[in-house]
Design a protein around this ligand. Structure first.
Ligand SMILES: Cc1ncc(COP(=O)(O)O)c(C=O)c1O
Length: 407
């Protein structure tokens, strides 16, 4: 009699049931080949072969399951999708070529001409452009409201509203939305609540458990964690994901197997990275708050933050993004940024390396002056994506910026 696991080349989903997100990050969704490799295999192939013409026909006809072509499915991409779906607590995930492709695919699959979307003002600048400029061309109107003002959301609802779209915490001001309240409002109006969970990741917040219908990620950020690849993913129930998959399969913004493999590896260290990001960010936010040249610090971990209590109930940590406004304007902000030496001046976020950005002239630079003002993107605002370097070294580098303001 054998007690081995010969019948399983990978761990069946049922054996991981009830396990913590930390375990799922490392173990869920691995596909093991006949070579019995321990680390995930990578399948860089555009198509798959068949034993016969009849089998090819059965695959194409949908009578036999299996891979056909990597725009449709690819084992490495499926492994990443299975892992992130397990971590978010969703039935299914579909990976995309970028975070924006995940948002676009969700809109193209689930919205139609005549629909109305309500979107929070503080979303990533390109998300705003996608709704305002491109979706409008196809007859989808969007109303932008304050992420945190329930009255604004309520009064924006129309009979044709089919989607509420939020990013929480928001980029770059770290405002926090009440996900459960917004999902109740969406459902009362037969609309969907879509949450961009990029800043928290499933380690700190699981929007589907709070009532959201779909979760979106720019995998480019924390899921990768080392700034290597661009990708995205949508997670949620089969009934919506089947539609989104159908669009991606037809339109083509699929994830490459190489990128999926990098993200799969990234997920394995996500729990410990997120804790390190949170610890550094909280310490840095407190330190920034004590600096005389700083006007305001935006971080939900600070007691001074207006949604601090909400963030404590909805999130298990406050995340790694900290923004702060300096006393002064663009000149002071640029001087500060240019005086740092170690921290990277780059627009990406969620990297183990700390990055510094001037949102008004980079990530949110394409917004009109009115939209910038409404979204709180001021010229004196600086965004830090706090990495996992030693906290004292981060302070030393930022101190160079404060010193330059004094000179
Ligand atoms: C919150 C958020 N959502 C979506 C995106 C878009 O993702 P990507 O750059 O992978 O297309 C970004 C990119 O910075 C982002 O910060």
């Amino acid at each position: 009699m054998t007690h081995g696991r010969e019948e399983h080349l990978w761990i069946p989903e049922s054996d991981l049931e009830g396990m913590s997100v930390d375990t799922l990050a490392v173990r869920a969704g691995q596909i093991r080949t006949g070579q019995l490799e321990h680390s995930d295999a990578i399948f860089p192939t555009s198509s798959f072969v068949y034993g016969s013409a009849a089998q090819a026909a059965a695959r194409f006809g949908g009578e036999e399951p299996g891979n056909i072509y990597s725009r449709f499915t690819n084992p490495t991409v499926q492994a990443f999708e299975a892992r992130i779906a397990a971590m978010e607590g969703g039935e299914r995930a579909v990976a995309t070529a970028s975070g924006m492709a995940a948002i676009l695919s969700t809109c193209m699959a689930l919205l139609k001409s005549g629909d109305h979307v309500i979107c929070s003002r503080g979303v990533f600048g390109t998300t705003n452009v996608l709704f305002q400029k491109y979706m409008a061309r196809f007859g989808v109107q969007t109303t932008f409201v304050s992420l945190t003002n329930a009255d604004e959301w309520r009064s924006a609802v129309r009979p044709e509203t089919t989607m509420l779209f939020i990013e929480t915490p928001s980029n770059p001001l770290c405002e926090v939305a009440d996900v459960a309240a917004l999902s109740a409002m969406a459902h009362e109006n037969e609309a969907l609540l879509v949450v961009d969970n990029c800043f928290c990741t499933p380690i700190l917040q699981r929007p589907l458990e709070l009532g959201a219908d779909l979760v979106i990620h720019s995998a480019t950020k924390y899921l990768d964690g080392q700034g290597r690849c661009v990708g995205g993913v949508v997670v949620g129930p089969e009934k919506y994901l089947n539609e989104i998959y159908g669009f991606i399969r037809s339109a083509g913004p699929s994830m490459s197997p190489f990128n999926a493999w990098v993200f799969q590896k990234g997920l394995e260290t996500l729990p410990i990275r997120m804790r390190a990001h949170c610890d550094n960010a909280l310490e840095l936010a407190k330190w920034l708050e004590s600096q005389p040249s700083v006007e305001t610090v935006y971080y939900a971990g600070l007691e001074s933050h207006p949604q601090h209590e909400l963030a404590k109930t909805q999130q298990s940590g406050f995340g790694g993004m900290v923004s702060f406004a300096l006393k002064g304007g663009r000149e002071q902000a640029w001087r500060f940024i240019d005086s740092t030496r170690m921290i990277s001046i780059t627009a990406n976020l969620g990297d183990v390396k700390t990055t510094i950005t001037h949102p008004a002239t980079t990530t949110h630079g394409r917004l009109s002056p009115e939209d910038k003002a409404r979204a709180g993107i001021t010229e004196n605002l600086i965004r830090l994506s706090v990495g996992i370097e030693a906290i004292d070294d981060l302070k030393t580098d930022l101190e160079r910026g404060f010193q330059a303001l004094k000179d």
